[in-house]
Design a protein around this ligand. Structure first.
Ligand SMILES: C[S@@+](CC[C@H](N)C(=O)[O-])C[C@H]1O[C@@H](n2cnc3c(N)ncnc32)[C@H](O)[C@@H]1O
Length: 165
């Protein structure tokens, strides 16, 4: 039997310029209006948040329509086949996404951020500060991404860093 999970609620909504396509991961220097609008009843939960530079945004990837597979081929690779839990695919058993973004400013119940990789209107489930020492793992590695011949070049694309091809 599958374990049941207590119900989750929307604490806010993400506003981005993206309606049909979005970057595969957040692009720090992305142009446009990126905001997390927190529901008024949770506004006091933002106290002291502006003292942090970065934030985890956890959201419901609400417009996924594809069927979930346990083994997938990420679209940015040339046919690599990996388990869905070894990927950042939006199509997963629980459609939950996570992005780390820079806090630009917080005004009332709105957190203005650097670029986000989600569609406009994406529901927010939670936000948490990204904390130096707690969250930075100096020995993090690339897992199966190491096997891709042009890893460094692919990362320039994913991170939206301009470069000559
Ligand atoms: C690959 S996911 C990565 C999300 C997150 N950074 C993560 O690692 O969990 C980002 C992609 O999900 C899709 N996407 C974004 N927001 C979505 C939404 N609300 N519903 C369905 N798909 C969405 C877009 O195609 C975007 O390129």
């Amino acid at each position: 039997m599958k374990a049941s999970i207590p119900e989750m609620i929307r604490i806010g909504t993400i506003r981005t310029p993206y309606t049909e396509t979005a970057p595969y991961q957040p692009v720090e220097e992305d142009n446009g209006d990126f905001r997390i609008v927190i529901e008024p009843e949770f506004r006091d939960g933002l106290k002291e948040l502006s003292r942090f530079r970065y934030l985890y945004v956890i959201y419901h990837i609400h417009r996924v329509e594809k069927e979930v597979s346990m083994v997938i081929s990420p679209s940015w690779t040339d046919g690599a086949r990996v388990g869905v839990f070894a990927s950042r695919s939006p199509v997963r058993p629980n459609p939950i996404g996570i992005s780390i973004v820079r806090i630009r400013k917080i005004e009332n119940n709105e957190i203005h951020t650097s670029g986000l990789d989600v569609f406009d209107g994406t529901p927010v489930l939670d936000i948490k500060p990204y904390v130096k020492d707690l969250d930075v793992k100096e020995d993090a590695n690339y897992g199966w991404i190491d096997d891709l011949a042009d890893r460094e070049h692919l990362f320039l694309h994913i991170k939206g860093i301009p470069h000559d091809h």
